[in-house]
Design a protein around this ligand. Structure first.
Ligand SMILES: Cc1cc2nc3c(=O)[nH]c(=O)nc-3n(C[C@H](O)[C@H](O)[C@H](O)COP(=O)(O)OP(=O)(O)OC[C@H]3O[C@@H](n4cnc5c(N)ncnc54)[C@H](O)[C@@H]3O)c2cc1C
Length: 435
C-alpha cells in the first residue's frame, strides 16, 4: 500500500521530532522516517545536551533564551499523560570564563541584558569558592600536544567569568526525542524507523515524496530534511545545493568522560563551564563524572568526514589532548587509563549557524547545519519550522519576503531570514561549536 501524508520529515532526532509535534498539533498528517531502529539515536543521542542561554550573536541569544523555557516546562510543553517517563532538565547554571577569545564576554553580556536573561559576573575568588578543584592559571592559546609549550602556563591568570544561572543540561537526550515523538503521536503523527531514504521524488517542478531503500514510496507535497550529519547528502539527492551559500558537512567530534577528582561532588555541586582559555567545555555527568568537549581551537585540525556512516568511531589523540587540557584547569584530576566518552558527528555549517529554510525545490525544506549547538533549540526550531512551512505553502516567497516569527514566550519578533541558506556568512559567529 502506498502512503500519502501532508509532510514527510526525514530524520527522527530531537529536531525532526519537534517539527513533527508542532505540525501534528496544527492538524498536519506527518510521518518521520529514520534509518535507525530507534528514535533519537542519531547525533541527538551523542549530544552533551547542554542548554545555555548565551550566544555570540543577538539572534542566537534570543532563540536560545526562548528555547530554555520549553526545557524548564518540559512536562507542560509535551502534554503527555502523567506517569510518562520524561527526560529531565538539570538547571546547574553555566559559567563562562572571560578570555580574549570571547572578547571578555562584552557582547554576550550586552545581548543578555537587552533580553533580561539573568547573569552574574563572578570574580576569580568566587569561581574558586564554587569550584575549589579549579586553578585559574592561564594557558592560552590552546596548543596541540605536539607543541613543546603544551601544558605550560603563560604567566597570567583568568580575570573572572560570567555565570548564567538558568543554563543546564538534559540527562537523556535520546529520551527527549522519544518524548517529543510520543507527544506528536497523540496528535496523529506517524514514525517509521529502519527506513532509509535513497531518493527524493519530484513531479512538475516540485517535491512529490521519497523512495526508501526497500523500494517503498511515500508521497507528500512537503518533505523536510532534518537528517542531521546526513543533511548534505539528502540536499544533494533533492538537487537543491546550487543556490545555497551556506553548506553543511559532517564533522567528527570526541567527548571525554572522566571521573571527578576525589572529594568533590561535581555531579551535584559542579557546573557547566565553557573555558576558551583551555578550549574545553564541561558538564557534570551521572556517577560523579565529568563530560569534557572541545571548543574547536585553531590548533586542532578539523576532522571532516565523507559521510555519516563510515567514520572512525575509536578515540584518538584528540581524546587525550582534551583530557589533558582539562587537567590544566583541574590539576587534581587523574587522566583515566581507559578512554571513555562519545565519538559522534556535528552537522557543521559554513558559519556554524543552522539553516532553517525552504529550498529552491518547492515543497522541500531543511532544518540542518545544527553545528553542535542546536539540541537546546529543538523545541523552538520545531515551532518556527512549522510556521515557516505553512507560510511558504500559503504561497508567500520566504526568500523575498522572509517570515517574521513571534516567539511565544518572549513575545519578540524574529526575522527567520537570519537562518537562510542563501545568507551571507555571518561574521559575528564564533565559527565554532559556540555558534
Ligand atoms: C558530541 C556532540 C555534542 C553535542 N552537544 C550539544 C550540546 O551540548 N548542546 C546543544 O545544544 N547541542 C549539542 N550538540 C548538537 C545537537 O546534538 C544536534 O544539533 C541535534 O541533536 C541535532 O538533531 P537533529 O534531529 O537535527 O539530528 P540527528 O539527531 O542527527 O537526527 C538525524 C536523523 O536522520 C536520520 N537519517 C540520516 N540520513 C537518513 C536517511 N537517508 N534516511 C532516513 N533517515 C536518515 C539519522 O538516522 C538520524 O537519526 C552536540 C552534538 C554532538 C555530536
Amino acid at each position: 500500500m502506498t502512503k500519502t501524508v501532508d509532510a514527510i520529515i526525514i530524520g527522527a532526532g530531537v529536531i525532526g521530532t519537534a517539527i513533527a509535534f508542532e505540525l501534528a498539533k496544527m492538524g498536519w498528517k506527518t510521518i518521520n522516517v529514520d534509518r535507525n531502529t530507534q528514535i533519537g539515536h542519531g547525533s541527538t543521542s551523542g549530544s552533551c545536551a547542554i542548554i545555555r542561554t548565551h550566544y555570540s550573536t543577538f539572534d542566537g541569544t534570543v532563540f536560545a533564551w526562548e528555547a530554555y523555557h520549553y526545557w524548564r516546562d518540559w512536562k507542560e510543553y509535551l502534554g503527555l499523560p502523567a506517569g510518562h517517563d520524561l527526560a529531565k532538565y538539570r538547571e546547574t547554571g553555566c559559567l563562562v570564563m572571560k578570555t580574549k577569545t570571547n572578547g571578555y564576554l562584552k557582547k554576550h553580556i550586552e545581548n543578555c541584558r537587552l533580553l533580561e536573561c539573568p547573569l552574574e559576573e563572578w570574580s576569580p575568588e568566587k569561581i574558586v569558592e564554587k569550584l575549589p578543584i579549579y586553578s585559574l592559571e592561564s594557558y592560552a592559546p590552546a596548543r596541540a600536544m605536539s607543541d613543546p609549550d603544551f601544558g605550560m602556563p603563560n604567566g597570567s591568570h583568568l580575570s573572572g567569568g560570567v555565570f548564567w544561572p538558568k543554563a543546564g543540561y538534559v540527562t537523556d537526550p535520546a529520551l527527549s526525542a522519544q518524548n517529543l515523538a510520543d507527544a506528536a503521536r497523540v496528535h496523529g503523527a506517524q514514525f517509521q524507523t529502519g527506513a532509509e531514504v535513497v531518493e527524493i521524488l519530484r513531479k512538475d517542478g516540485r517535491v512529490k515524496g521519497i523512495r526508501l531503500v526497500d523500494g517503498e514510496e511515500i508521497y507528500a507535497p512537503v518533505v523536510i530534511n532534518v537528517a542531521g550529519p546526513a543533511s548534505a547528502m539528502i540536499n544533494q539527492m533533492a538537487g537543491v545545493l546550487d543556490d545555497m551559500t551556506i553548506k553543511t558537512r559532517p564533522l567528527r567530534q570526541e567527548v571525554v568522560h572522566m571521573p571527578a577528582p576525589e572529594g568533590f561532588d561535581f555531579e551535584n555541586d559542579g557546573l557547566i563551564v565553557s573555558d576558551s582559555d583551555i578550549a574545553c567545555y564541561c558538564r557534570p555527568e551521572h556517577g560523579n563524572n565529568i563530560l569534557v568537549g572541545s571548543e574547536d581551537p585553531d590548533c586542532d585540525p578539523h576532522q571532516w568526514v565523507e559521510n555519516d556512516i563510515d567514520y572512525d568511531r575509536n578515540f584518538t589523540d584528540q581524546w587525550t589532548t582534551q583530557a589533558m587540557r582539562y587537567g590544566q584547569r583541574v590539576p587534581g584530576i587523574g587522566i583515566p587509563q581507559k578512554t571513555k566518552g562519545v565519538v559522534d558527528l556535528y552537522d557543521a555549517s559554513t558559519d556554524w549557524i543552522p539553516i532553517y529554510d525552504r529550498s529552491q525545490l518547492p515543497g522541500f525544506y531543511m532544518a540542518c547545519g545544527s553545528s553542535g549547538n542546536q539540541y537546546k533549540n529543538a523545541p523552538i526550531a520545531g515551532k518556527m519550522m512549522a510556521a515557516l512551512v505553512e507560510y511558504c505553502e500559503n504561497g508567500v516567497d520566504h526568500d523575498a519576503d522572509p517570515l517574521q516569527y513571534t516567539l511565544p514566550y518572549l513575545q519578540r519578533d524574529i526575522d527567520v531570514g537570519f537562518y537562510s541558506r542563501k545568507r551571507e556568512i555571518n561574521e559575528e559567529s564564533s565559527f565554532s561549536v559556540l555558534g
